[in-house]
Every structure is written in structure tokens, then in C-alpha cells.
Design a protein around this ligand. Sequence first.
Ligand code: PLP
Length: 395
Amino acid sequence: MANPALMQNYGNRTLTLVRGEGNYVWDDTGRRYLDALSGIAVCGLGHCHPAVTEALQDQAGTLLHVSNLYNIPAQEQLAEKLVAQSGMDNVFFSNSGAEANEAAIKLARKLGNERGHAVPRIVVMEGAFHGRTLATLTATGNEKVQQGFAPLPEGFLRVPFNDVAAVEKLAATHDDIVAVLVEPVQGEGGIRVPAPDYLQRLRALCDHHDWLLMLDEIQTANGRSGKLFAYQHSDGLLPDVVTTAKGLGNGVPIGACLARGKAAELFTAGSHGSTFGGNPLACRAGLAVLETLEREWLIERAAALGELLLAQLRAHLDGCATVKEIRGLGLLVGIELDRPCGDLVEQARAHDLLINVTAGNVVRLLPPLTLSDEECGRIADTVSTLIQQFTQCAA
Ligand SMILES: *Cc1c(COP(=O)(O)O)cnc(C)c1O
């Protein structure tokens, strides 16, 4: 089963998907699955959305790559669109989420170096996920991700998620903090939604101490939360740095690090770069995604679908004592059980449904924003029934 030509870092994979269209994917035996995971929050427009396919085909026949030694019109257009819709000032394009976060970490380090800190500190959260490069796995709050990769880079301080007082306390003991890095909703950590005023209070704290508020929206942005960026749920709030990736290319690798104010001025010629980052193909995909989100009202749709899915799950699982919490924001939905539930992934597959389990005991649903009401109902029905059977709860 496992191909010896591949490094075995993904474990044993048992399903081979060969085609996708809309909210469905097909395996190599021709079996069709409803996709409630979207390639881990990537294919928000569904698979092979015609607008993306068309843009890619057009660009593939025009110009694929020139390097960042030259102006790239699609890169400029995508940057202008992101800046206009985010309230940020400028953008650096990468090829992945981790790389977008690396750019954010380098911005914080640059500010710290300018301020004369020998080891500038970035405050990060327990349960966070920021990627698999050395700096981002160090920022990640999961020892399993870090195990075996010593020495880890220094410069990170960790506090509990959704605990502003813990961040405030650090200010008393550290005069070398330069930034706070946080996900508006923790994705890999189990769809953890903080208190509604969490970001506003972190913003105030960062303003008070002259720290950068850096948001990791790799998973939460691109409409999935019911806003283009999840911080837009917090009235008037703007971060100093925000990163995104996953949904931005609908499957084409692209990441973005957006900055504002003093953070937007930190990189100068030669500070940072990428051979592939912001190439014409990836940026055409990003433009097609943003245009489609707008044209098809998919961000508003994500907000409505999220509420529908949460309401249906809560109705089905009401009184099921093995369900600890059902939570979410838009189409980031988690169902926390009282036990490890990785087996549910295989069981859902037997019902032609793709789901995910994260943090051991949280069923994670990240369906496409293009879901129909009927498909939303099918996901809620199937997942609820499987949870009731798996945990033997009489709901
Ligand atoms: C997926 C993810 C990353 C890492 O993105 P890659 O493209 O896998 O490098 C970082 N942060 C968050 C919040 C993510 O969900």
C-alpha cells in the first residue's frame, strides 16, 4: 500500500482520489464522495471551479513563470485586490502557509533587531498550528510536531489560547517582546473559537506595548469564516500582519503575508524573497478565487451555511452526553467528543463522505462554500448518526 519511493511522513494512506467536480470527488474505482473537508480548507469554491480552471488554462498558455526580477501584472492585481478588501497596506506572496508565516516571523524579528533586542520574542499560543518549517513548528503549540527536531530556534513565548491576562502578565517580565502571533480560530487545534472580544483585547494590549498583532489566517480566511478574513468579525479591528494561504488558490499553491503601518515598511530590497512566490499562474488562481467569492456571494453563503450546519448538528446531537461541544464560525465546524474518534473518518467514508478528525477527539468539517442546503443536511445527518453509533449515546 505505502509506496517505498515516497518518504513515509504521511503514514499509510488508503484512499486514492483521481477526479473532482464541485462538492464531490471520485476515487480510482469510480466511487463518489461528498467532500466535507475541501482538501483541508483549500478548495472553498469546490473542485475544478470553471472560473479557476479557465484562468489557469489561459495563463498556462500565456506565461507561467518569469521570477521576481520582473514586474508581474497578475501579482500586482491580486495584491491590490487583497489590500483593498483587507484594509492592510501591502503584500508578500509565498507558496504555502508556513512560508507566509515565515515572512511574518521575519517581519517581527526585523522590528526587534531595529529595536536592539538580542532575542526578540514573539508570543504564541498553546494548541496553535503555524506550519512545519523550523520557525513555524517552533511557534506551533504541539510537542508532537516539534519532537525530534532540536535545536529549535529561540524567540518564542507560549501562553494559553483565549487568555488575554496571560499575555499581559508576560509584559511585566519581558521587555523584548515584539509581536503576538495567533489564529482567530484555532484550526488544527480543534476549531477552538475564542471569546468574541479576544482579538479586540489583544489589539489593545499590542497597541499599549507597541507590539505587532500578527494573525495566522491560513485556514480561516478566504471567506470560510463568513467574512473574507476572520478578523473582520471584530468591528473595526485591523492586525499589523495577517497571513493566509489554503483557500486563496482553490488548490494552486499560494500564500500571502499582508502588513500594515510600520510593519509594511520593514522589508526593503533584499530583505526577503521567493523564486516561485507570486508567479503569474498562482496569482491568476487567486484573482479568480476572489472574483468568484464576490460574484457568487459565497462569503455570505458560508456564514448562512455555517449557522445551518451548527443548528442541524446541535438538533441531532442534543442530549448526547458523549458530545462535549459543537462549535464553529462559518464553515469551520468542530464537534468535540469525550474520546479519541479517528475511526470516524473511515466510517464516514463508508457512507461516501469525507471528513477529518483533528486534535484526537474533534470531528472537523470544512466543506466547500458552494454546498447546497441538501448537501449540508446530508453531512449533518451522516455525521450525527455516526457519532451516536460510535459513542453509543442515546440522543
Ligand atoms: C495549514 C496551516 C498552516 C500551514 O500551511 P502549509 O501550507 O501547510 O504550510 C499554518 N497555519 C495554519 C493556521 C494552518 O491551518
